[in-house]
Design a protein around this ligand. Structure first.
Ligand SMILES: C[S@+](CC[C@H](N)C(=O)[O-])C[C@H]1O[C@@H](n2cnc3c(N)ncnc32)[C@H](O)[C@@H]1O
Length: 330
């Protein structure tokens, strides 16, 4: 359902930034988690969002934000922001902050990605097109590589990364971006049907997607939902829901390593029942998820969805699959 003229609109589609830091002198004491909350708050002001909630686990700190989430480990920073936030404005200040407060002087790799926006004209100038975002990042990185996957005249997904990135530890990320959502499922993420985040997490079945996770969830008023979930070992899941029928959108992201993501995918689809979704899977050669790309190649239907696009990329350090599915219109 499209937004009518003058109708409230929220851009659920997030801008996603992941940066891995390293020290040229191999200084083992560097740790991003030593950055103080007041410094994060200052940085997030540039992005135009704020911290709502904080959760700490052995290997990872997580923050629920007014516009999505932030995750911080010893050497990796993840910032995911939706709406009309200005994420890329903060990259330079982030690198300066990390150098000053933690001693990391090198960026080992960067991944900036997003789906195409529904209403790009509502974004800050810098985020109105991927070309502008690439120009901005190219001013900071001499070795950036920009890609577009999917259909440039329909739904697509943009990625900016480094051509000589060097993340050596096993790493994998699955992201599921869903839209044209089931109305009754979306009602759960409103104050009409749920009292708070915890209630929505339980009623929706989100609590059963990955058992044993430590959850930090938040239900906005009158609607909207965000959650971070942490597991030992620096593993996370994060879910964000924009339930308004004319701009409904949900995202699911995790770095939990699995040899096949098929079961997880089925669980997430069952919780949200989207009309359409796109999925991206990154896995480096050290990851147990590296063969998941081969399984996905042959997956042209799943749970009543038909595949409309599928692309595989072999990047320098990572394999990447982009795939899109939709429910057949009857
Ligand atoms: C922040 S949440 C989750 C955003 C996420 N990127 C997504 O996937 O939709 C956005 C939802 O919360 C609602 N919302 C209510 N109050 C909000 C606030 N103060 N800031 C941001 N979103 C708010 C929006 O209308 C929208 O439905």
């Amino acid at each position: 359902m499209a937004a009518a003229a003058g109708q409230h609109f929220f851009e659920g589609t997030e801008k996603l930034l992941e940066i891995w830091f390293t020290s040229s002198e191999n200084d083992k004491s560097c740790d991003l988690r030593t950055i103080q909350r007041k410094d994060w708050e200052k940085l997030l002001k540039l992005v135009r969002c704020e911290i709502i909630s904080f959760m700490k686990h052995e290997d990872m700190d997580s923050y629920v934000l007014s516009e999505s989430s932030m995750f911080v480990t010893k050497n990796r920073f993840i910032l995911k922001t939706c709406g009309t936030t200005t994420l890329l404005i903060a990259v330079k200040q982030l690198a300066q902050l990390v150098k000053k407060e933690c001693g990391y002087d090198t960026i080992a790799d960067i991944f900036y990605s997003r789906k195409n926006f529904s209403r790009p004209e509502l974004q800050h100038y810098l985020h109105q097109s991927f070309d502008k975002e690439v120009d901005h990042l190219d001013q900071m990185f001499t070795n950036g590589a920009a890609y577009v996957l999917g259909r440039m005249n329909k739904d697509c997904w943009y990625l900016y990364t480094l051509e000589n990135g060097r993340v050596e530890q096993p790493d994998q990320t699955l992201e599921l971006l869903m839209w044209d959502m089931c109305r009754s499922k979306m009602e759960i993420f409103t104050r009409n049907q749920s009292i708070d985040g915890k209630d929505a997490t339980k009623k929706s079945g989100i609590c059963d997607i990955i058992p044993g996770i430590q959850i930090d969830d938040y239900l906005f008023d009158p609607c909207g939902y965000s959650m971070n979930g942490l597991l030992p070992g620096g593993y996370y899941i994060t879910i964000h829901v924009t339930p308004e029928p004319h701009c409904s959108y949900v995202s699911f992201e995790t770095n939990v390593p699995q040899a096949s993501y098929q079961e997880l995918l089925k669980k997430v689809l069952d919780v949200f029942k989207p009309g359409k979704f796109l999925m991206t899977v990154f896995a480096n050669t050290a990851s147990i998820a590296k063969d998941t790309h081969r399984h996905m190649e042959h997956l042209d239907t799943i749970e009543g969805y038909m595949r409309s696009d599928h692309q595989f990329c072999s990047l320098k350090n990572y394999y990447l699959t982009y795939t899109q599915f939709s429910r057949p219109v009857i």
